[in-house]
Design a protein around this ligand. Structure first.
Ligand code: AMP
Ligand code: GLY
Length: 443
């Protein structure tokens, strides 16, 4: 489909700080007509977008299609993995009459299986000789137990389906491995996401993420960034969706990056294309830099959260150009530029996150923090309740700051965090700390 001419009407799907950061970047574009969003209970998104007055759910997707037709939506931007896995990108590209009507940023349900079905992704990697952890796929818990009982080494155990970032276990003993199988497959802690499991070789090395925007053939690499997955300082505590991030990460030299492109990204896209599955959107690859070279830990079919907050605050060129490019086929000519500054995002989480976040705590200080130079506050699990801002989810706010150096960006982000308070406020104090984020000049 050709690029629609400005002004463009855009529908944004998703309710977190990642989507608030996307909305903020979109709202800066002079090409924007009207921005609509399905999640205007997020006060940050509500300030930038018109609400959608039909249900936004998979079962009634035709109503969202009709909404897009009526509002003459030119581009749909889908943030989270679940609607992508549920085929929203396929359906929302079409009008209610079934004709192709608009561009969508986000892969089809088939392509989104790279994230939504880890077994499928493993088979694809195996077929294309893409370096990744060796793995076995099981649909029977007894067979999985039997396999584990015969092995000496430690494994990583993963529910094959989508489990909101919680379906991965890194056990330290055979007992813990067997308990993970039990939890996923017999107790069905993640429902049908645990119908099958992937038991994989445990890789050693440094972990990095790479993000590329693609139309299935052309790749546009995004600046490197890194998140902090564990809840507490020094990478202690349980895994979370991400407690903070920084950009650029500079953990990759050019030779490694080239190897990731040529050995991993390009063969993945080529294999998909050969199966007639063009990948349109952002491909997020989690990698381990092993002594034998970079290996894939996982694919995601969306931006990382909170990585997206650090990427979008460094985007200087037009966000609408970037987000229309994959579906419009203009990736090779799109003008993209990034601020030379560094960006740091610190997540403020609710008490009890990630197991059982406490909701309803009153939040103070956001306007003061947001007024600080270089600081952007993105809302996630926060909502307005009778005029008061209260916690409504696990990750509450993404405090993001830009500055000429990483150290200054970190100091700014933490100064802004200090101005915000709520009972049970939980954060890491070592996001982008010197040993995690080298002070090299950003690129
Ligand atoms: P994921 O949700 O797939 O990103 O996995 C969560 C975390 O588990 C990753 O960030 C890694 O730290 C760890 N992990 C996943 N797979 C492996 C593996 N094969 N070897 C070592 N660590 C892994
Ligand atoms: N920050 C990790 C993720 O979005 O999956």
């Amino acid at each position: 489909m050709p690029t629609p001419t400005a002004p463009l009407n855009i529908l944004l799907i998703g309710s977190g700080a990642r989507e608030h950061a996307l909305a903020t970047a979109i709202a800066r574009s002079p090409k924007l007509g009207v921005l609509y969003a399905t999640a205007t209970s997020n006060p940050g998104i509500a300030a930038l977008a018109q609400p959608v007055d039909v249900p936004a759910e998979t079962k009634q997707l035709y109503r969202l299609q009709q909404f897009c037709d009526a509002k003459k939506i030119d581009l749909v931007v889908i943030g989270p993995e679940q609607p992508l896995a549920d085929g929203w990108a396929d359906k929302l590209a079409l009008g209610a009459d079934g004709s192709r009507r608009r561009l969508v940023f986000g892969p089809s349900a088939q392509a989104a299986q790279l994230e939504a079905d880890k077994g499928w992704a493993k088979k694809l990697m195996r077929a294309a000789s893409i370096p990744t952890a060796d793995a076995r796929i099981f649909t029977d818990p007894d067979a999985a137990d039997e396999f584990l009982n015969t092995r000496e080494e430690l494994h990583v155990i993963k529910a094959a389906g989508l489990a909101a970032g919680k379906g991965v276990f890194v056990p330290e003993s055979l007992e813990e491995s067997l308990a993970a199988v039990d939890q996923i497959m017999r107790q069905r802690a993640f429902g049908s996401a645990g119908d099958s499991i992937v038991i994989e070789e445990r890789l050693q090395g440094r972990e990095v993420s790479v993000f590329a925007i693609t139309d299935g053939a052309t790749l546009l690499m995004l600046p490197s960034c890194q998140d902090h997955k564990r809840l507490r300082d020094n990478d202690a505590g349980p895994n979370t969706g991400g407690m903070g991030a920084f950009c650029p990460a500079d953990t990759l030299d050019d030779a490694t990056l080239e190897r990731i492109e040529s050995d991993i990204l390009i063969p993945t896209l080529d294999t998909l294309r050969r199966d007639d599955i063009p990948y349109v959107g952002v491909l997020y690859v989690g990698l381990m830099l092993t002594p034998a070279g970079p290996k894939v830990i996982e694919f995601n079919c969306r931006f990382g959260d909170p990585e997206c907050q650090t990427i979008m605050t460094r985007l200087e060129s037009d966000a609408i150009d970037l987000l229309t490019a994959p579906a419009a086929g203009t990736l090779d000519s799109v003008d993209v530029s990034w601020s030379p500054e560094a960006s740091v995002c610190v997540v403020l989480a609710a008490k009890g996150y990630p197991e059982k976040p406490r909701l309803g705590d009153e939040i103070s200080g956001v306007p003061d923090a947001a007024a600080m130079p270089g600081v952007s506050i993105f809302y996630a699990g926060a909502k307005l309740d009778a005029g008061r801002l209260v916690t409504s989810g696990g990750r509450v706010l993404s405090i993001t700051a830009r500055a000429p150096t990483m150290a200054e960006a970190r100091d700014r982000a933490y100064a802004a965090c200090a101005k915000i308070d709520f009972p049970g406020k939980t954060m890491r104090t070592d996001i982008a700390a010197a040993e995690q984020a080298p002070a090299r000049a950003p690129r």
